[in-house]
Design a protein around this ligand. Structure first.
Ligand code: MG
Length: 428
């Protein structure tokens, strides 16, 4: 009897220790801006754009100097982020098409068979939300609600699509774009809730939606994918931010995103979730340089959106997880392809079987400052390889300016640059 009682007590004690020891899996928030350039944050050296929240996030977290989007334009870049695979594998690189991204009348979309990081995490018990721009297809099988997200709120594609027939040419890059110039719909879980969407309120509404999702899911692990529509032209800011930035309308939209990020980090702190939430802030591609003053800046990098020169694909990236992630500046080459396997590793979720991933788990780099063995990073434009980086070296076999530029130039022998010594790719 005594022995039985002792055994029972021991079981209760062991159970208590075990349950106490089981930490809740971390939450993930990925904030993905549209066409934000390498030089467009205060912490990235912009002289007049004020981004105090992102600057503070960088000071408290890890800032990456050599982080790459996996494509120089929206659609393939998003496909790569969510699948951890080069867009060539999912077909989201518009092979055989003159279009580099999906349009409202495009038949295609992210294939249903692709495994997204949202699907992986949802299967592991995560609540998942997509807020903002999608741009991976509007047809069943490709929509956010078909690709692992419990809930979705935002635009199905870019905010400059669905232009009204009377829209004057060049209106998108105007410093005063007409509010009724684009008939783009705002959707909630597949239902149109407003058309045309009031673009001046997009960032505000995305922020409110994100805050509500975080607060509603503080008791269980969550994954929030917040893909801002800004600062992609046409640029719109809410009344609180319009006309406030020294960097014009472009600065207004970026400063509103900065404030939005600050609100999200503050909410995570207020809810006691900051220490258990990894927040990643980055951009889908470089600045749209042909948009004049409404396009951003790649800082000291060459070229912008649409190009495989550094300015087209090297983008700002900040990771934040106070207490776990030590303040640091990381110069290891890392890309959006790495986000999928890294989140899976941190969440201790097994990678999908039979899926060829192109990214690596970079948690040791981010969390412990470890360095990784050199590995190649390929710069694709559509379905063609234009360049490759290994360690400090980048070899171009083709080059082309972003939109509005001339045809591709083939280089044989290739152009070779040592990037840390020559970030602008000036000296072959
Ligand atoms: Mg973009």
């Amino acid at each position: 009897m005594k022995r039985l009682l002792l055994h029972g007590l021991l079981c209760v004690w062991i159970f208590g220790v075990c349950t106490q020891g089981v930490a809740r899996p971390p939450n993930f928030v990925v904030i993905f801006t549209d066409d934000l350039g390498y030089g467009d944050l205060g912490v990235q050296g912009h002289p007049s754009l004020r981004t105090p929240n992102l600057d503070r996030m960088a000071a408290e977290g890890a800032r990456f100097t050599d982080f790459y989007s996996a494509a120089p334009v929206c659609t393939p870049s998003r496909a790569a982020l969510l699948t951890g695979r080069y867009p060539l594998r999912s077909g989201m690189c518009q092979m055989g098409s003159s279009r580099s991204v999906l349009f409202p009348n495009s038949p295609g979309g992210l294939p249903p068979g692709e495994v997204t990081v949202a699907e992986l995490l949802r299967e592991a018990g995560y609540a998942t939300a997509h807020v903002g721009k999608w741009h991976l297809g509007i047809h069943p099988g490709s929509r956010p609600q078909d690709q692992g997200f419990d809930q979705t709120f935002g635009l199905p594609y870019s905010n400059d699509m669905d232009a009204v027939p009377s829209l004057p040419k060049g209106a998108a890059m105007s410093p005063q774009p007409p509010a009724d110039g684009w008939n783009v719909p705002l959707l909630r879980n597949g239902t149109v809730v407003e058309q045309p969407a009031d673009q001046t309120l997009l960032t505000r509404r995305y922020t409110d939606e994100s805050l509500a999702f975080i607060r509603a899911h503080k008791e269980r692990p969550f994954f929030l994918y917040l893909a801002h529509s800004m600062p992609h032209v046409p640029l719109f800011a809410s009344p609180r931010f319009k006309g406030r930035s020294a960097r014009g309308l472009y600065g207004d939209t970026v400063e509103e995103i900065d404030a939005s990020t600050g609100e999200i980090l503050a909410a995570l702190r207020a809810e006691g979730l900051a220490e258990n939430t990894l927040v990643i802030f980055t951009s889908d591609n470089g600045p749209w340089l042909t948009q004049g003053a409404q396009g951003g800046s790649a800082g000291l990098l060459r070229e912008g959106k649409g190009s495989t020169w550094e300015g087209g694909m090297r983008v700002p990236c900040i990771a934040w997880m106070p207490g776990t992630l030590q303040p640091s500046v990381i110069s290891e080459p890392v890309s959006a392809l790495d986000i999928f396997p890294t989140l899976a590793a941190i969440a201790e979720v097994a990678l999908p079987k039979g899926v060829e991933l192109d990214g690596r788990n970079v948690a040791p780099v981010v969390l412990e400052g470890a360095s990784m063995p050199d590995r190649p990073f390929f710069y694709y434009r559509g379905d063609e390889i234009y360049a490759c980086r290994v360690g400090p070296w980048k070899l171009h076999v083709r080059t082309r300016d972003g939109f509005g530029g001339s045809a591709a130039e083939v280089h044989n022998p290739g152009l070779l640059y040592q990037l840390p010594n020559d970030p602008y790719e000036r000296h072959d």
